[in-house]
Design a protein around this ligand. Structure first.
Ligand code: NAG
Ligand code: NAG
Ligand code: NAG
Ligand code: NAG
Ligand code: NAG
Ligand code: NAG
Ligand code: NAG
Ligand code: NAG
Ligand code: NAG
Ligand code: NAG
Ligand code: NAG
Ligand code: NAG
Length: 760
């Protein structure tokens, strides 16, 4: 009697059991979903003496024990144990709640492993002899319930004992464990019967008596090969039929290996992380079909469980929640909550098992937080159909005046106790349902926390659709827009033509409507900013900024160009009727054409340093004067060429001055080759080329003494000083030209005006 009292007090300590709420019409048994791994042909309809799993537990079992290659014989004809089927049970469980063996996760006994229909540890039979048939559970709590299979929530294995659990299949006719005297009526068989209820009337079973601790409501099976995608693998131009076919014919070389000269394919392996995902485990070593990979990734493990559930149409656990027994009635685990710390609560989790959980954001949160617990389901206390812990609501740190949200711990606490302003929740808008032109986009609008607060006010429901424009209209392939600016602010650059987005109604949002379409090649042409030369720089940002590359013979040092070689500099004037860099095509072709023509005529390869249309001074003073200068107009080109040695430098001077007539003749052709075609109306007729100025320069620190580079003599300007003398020369020449022009013009008019002062 005393012993019995002790047992009872273990199960119901301190008598602090809240009375079952009168409004809750929950069943006495718990409905759960459990899964099994089986072999085709097995009778799976009456499970007994087996271990079952929740979805995540099944995935863990399969990936760590069944499909993993390491440790298995390569030539095995099937998966380990012949497993090719998964079974889903909807199952009612009710253990004898007054048994002291029912002390795991509130409603279960300890888990016992079975092999071949018998207990792996024969001593476990004593529990069934003592307390009758019990459903056991093994829980894997986050974050490392199994170091080989991390998951952010608790998952489970279950054990269901059948008849004669101490004897393996085929030997169950003799020597079976019997119940302790008195546990079942004397006139009944005393042999341990197994927990599967075999009754005619099924309404209130299981009842938790020996021989009736679980009852199968529904059995479904699925082929493992199709659930995990073996049948989507390629077996040489066709889909693999099953595991055996895949094993010998898979075409994916990543998955195959050779053993004793025979090729096999592995479903999954992770040799470096066989025993743990921690420590020395190297993630790159994992190989297998996509379903199994990511075993050390909690998110993938969550997905894998969801995929198993989905293979059977998804989990229904939530729909049994309000009819399953309340967890708050179970001591000692669940009935002593600490409201200000938010701990020692229990909720029925996604697997349907009562598990310890915490409430975040309370006044005196437990520190440290219970490491292996998850936050309680938010409707634990106030679910209208299953209110629990009525007198033990958590004490929230927040005043709970804001909107209902789970985004912070203190806000979440308010949801648990129903003290916040609940409003409609809307997700971000989805993408437009039209590729191009008018379409509609949608968003999900939902009423959150309905279990606690009931339905939302329909009159304030936000819209879930709106007009939108597609962003995958086609770019025109033969029409192009404006030319871009030159991408190089100091010379040799590229400009391209913008694309045109084509919509049925002129693209009100512009190019955005083509954003997602592949871009066709854009026409491009060379460009050379006119009159913007920065010394000897040949590359700088278009929007202005420091030099990034220098012309031939110069080196970039701290953003400025230093002469490091022998260079010859020259300025040419190119003259022709209608020659104007205002013509963009002509300007585009001019520099490459000039370089080609000069190379052809003089065999000197140059970099263009400066390109100007008309002298800057002239444009200021005498636009009228220039117009009067017949039809000819001029372009001025400053170039640099590199000399290898003194002799070469001396020769450059001659070469760069020679054959200019020939060059003038070839220039129009060269221009045409570089895009200055009749289509672009920029052909030139007669062209004249003249050399305005030439200069030889030595590496900085040396001076040209007429036939070689040497130490600077007396009097020359200090090395590296700013404006080159040859450029001053250019300007002088230009000014002279200008004066000539002005004189020519004034004389054209002075004859008529007879103005003596101008003549003078
Ligand atoms: C549970 O009880 C409530 C009232 O107590 C009743 O309205 C409801 O139909 C019952 N549900 C079930 C499934 O019996
Ligand atoms: C029955 O079990 C006992 C002890 O467990 C053993 O000694 C005996 O040989 C067994 N009998 C048979 C028929 O297996
Ligand atoms: C439950 O277990 C207790 C103690 O083990 C036992 O006294 C009681 O009869 C059992 N209840 C049922 C329904 O079998
Ligand atoms: C081969 O298998 C690996 C691992 O699952 C996968 O990453 C890869 O994409 C597969 N290759 C082909 C061609 O399917
Ligand atoms: C797209 O919608 C706008 C405004 O709703 C309308 O003016 C336009 O004609 C529509 N375009 C097409 C192609 O239907
Ligand atoms: C949009 O909301 C209406 C009710 O307001 C609903 O019937 C419809 O299914 C919703 N559409 C989508 C795509 O969510
Ligand atoms: C092209 O250039 C013209 C003239 O500068 C301008 O009016 C037009 O808006 C530009 N077009 C685009 C598409 O930028
Ligand atoms: C066209 O030019 C713009 C501006 O120079 C540049 O940003 C873009 O990358 C270029 N596109 C192509 C395809 O060259
Ligand atoms: C100028 O551009 C052409 C072609 O774009 C390239 O081959 C050449 O090297 C460039 N010259 C310099 C000095 O950047
Ligand atoms: C480029 O040429 C223009 C006109 O010929 C002249 O004004 C300018 O100073 C020159 N710039 C350089 C860096 O040579
Ligand atoms: C042109 O110059 C190169 C070296 O720059 C030289 O090898 C070649 O012989 C020259 N050709 C002519 C025709 O002078
Ligand atoms: C224009 O330039 C060409 C080529 O240099 C030359 O032959 C012609 O005489 C020039 N005409 C005038 C009016 O200067």
């Amino acid at each position: 009697m005393r012993a019995l009292a002790a047992l009872v007090s273990l199960a119901w300590p301190l008598g602090a059991v809240p009375a079952l709420d009168a409004t809750a019409n929950s069943t006495k048994y718990t409905v759960l979903e459990m899964y099994a791994a089986a072999k085709s042909g097995d009778d799976v309809s009456s499970p007994g003496n087996v271990d079952l799993f929740d979805a995540a537990g099944l995935a863990k079992y399969l990936v760590t024990e069944v499909v993993v290659e390491t440790g298995k014989a390569a030539e095995r004809p099937t998966r380990d144990k012949g497993i090719d089927t998964i079974v889903k049970y909807r199952i009612r469980v009710r253990n004898n709640m007054s048994s002291s063996d029912v002390n795991v996760q509130a409603e279960f006994s300890k888990y016992v492993p079975f092999e071949n229909g018998a207990l792996v540890t024969p001593a476990d039979a004593e529990m069934f002899a003592r307390s009758g048939d019990l459903v056991g559970v093994q829980s894997y709590h986050p974050p490392h319930g199994d170091v080989r299979y991390p998951l952010q929530r608790t998952f489970y294995w279950f054990s269901l004992n059948g008849p004669c659990p101490n004897q393996p299949d085929g030997q169950k006719s003799s020597n079976c464990t019997t119940y302790q005297p008195g546990l079942v009526p004397k006139k009944k068989s005393q042999v341990v019967a197994g927990g599967l209820c075999k009754r005619f009337f099924t309404k209130n079973i299981p009842d938790g008596t020996p021989g009736c601790s679980y009852y199968i409501e529904k059995v479904e099976t699925a082929k493992l090969d199709s659930v995990v995608g073996i049948t989507d693998q390629d077996c040489g131009g066709r889909k693999c039929a099953d595991w055996g076919d895949f094993r010998s014919h898979c075409s994916n070389a990543t998955l195959s290996f050779t053993y004793s000269g025979v090729k096999y394919c592995k479903e999954y392996d992770f040799p470096d992380c066989i025993s743990s995902c921690q420590d020395a485990c190297k993630p790159q070593n994992e190989v297998g079909i996509p379903f199994w990979t990511g075993r050390c990734d909690p998110a993938r493990n969550e997905e894998r469980a969801a995929m198993i559930e989905k293979a059977f149409g998804g989990s229904q656990t939530d729909s049994y929640y309000t009819t399953n027994p309340r967890c708050d009635q179970y001591g000692p685990m669940c009935n002593k909550p600490v409201p200000d710390a938010g701990v020692a609560y229990c909720h029925r989790d996604a697997s349907g098992v009562c598990d310890a959980c915490y409430v975040p954001g309370t006044t005196h949160p437990a520190s440290p937080r219970p490491p292996s617990q998850v936050a309680c389901r938010y409707d634990l206390f106030l679910n209208k159909k299953l209110p629990q812990y009525k007198d033990f609501l958590p004490k929230c740190a927040s005043s709970c005046s804001g909107a209902c949200s789970l985004s912070s711990e203190s806000a979440a606490c308010c949801v648990y106790i129903g003290k916040c302003k609940r409003t409609w929740q809307q997700e971000d808008w989805g993408s437009c349902d039209a590729d191009c032109g008018n379409g509609t986009r949608y968003r999900k609008v939902s009423c959150p926390f309905e279990d606690i607060f009931g339905p939302c006010d329909e009159s304030t429901r936000p819209a879930n659709s709106t007009d939108c424009r597609g962003d995958t209209c086609p770019w025109s392939k033969d029409h192009f827009g404006n030319w871009s600016e030159c991408d190089n602010g100091c010379g040799n650059g590229t400009a391209n033509q913008s694309l045109i987005c084509q919509c049925p109604d002129d693209c009100p949002l512009g190019d955005k409507e083509c954003e997602k379409s592949p871009k066709p090649p854009q026409p491009s042409r060379p460009c050379f900013p006119q009159g913007k030369a920065q010394g000897f720089c040949s590359e700088c940002p278009a929007e202005g900024g420091d030099c990034t590359k220098c012309a031939k013979g110069f080196d970039l040092q701290d953003t400025s160009c230093r002469r490091s070689k022998r260079v010859a500099l020259a300025t040419y004037q190119v003259e022709a009727p209608g020659l104007s860099l205002k013509s963009e095509w002509l300007a585009s072709a001019f520099v490459p054409a000039f370089k080609d023509a000069l190379l052809g005529a003089t065999n000197v390869s140059v970099d263009v340093l400066n390109l100007t249309d008309s002298p800057a001074v002239a444009s200021l003073l005498a636009a009228r004067a220039l117009r009067a200068l017949a039809d000819n107009s001029s372009v001025y080109v400053a170039v640099a060429a590199e000399g290898e040695d003194d002799e070469d430098l001396a020769q450059l001077k001659t070469k760069m001055a020679n054959n200019l007539d020939q060059m003038a003749k070839s220039l129009p052709q060269a221009l045409a080759q570089h895009g200055c075609t009749p289509d672009h109306s920029c052909q030139l007729g007669t062209v004249g080329v003249s050399l305005l100025r030439e200069e030889q320069m030595c590496p900085e620190g040396q001076a040209w003494n007429g036939n070689s580079c040497g130490m600077p003599g007396p009097g020359p300007k200090p090395p590296g000083s700013g404006f080159p003398t040859w450029a001053i020369g250019v300007i002088v020449v230009l000014i002279l030209l200008l004066v000539a022009a002005v004189v020519a013009w004034t004389c054209g008019t002075c004859k008529r005006n007879q103005d003596p002062r101008l003549l003078a």
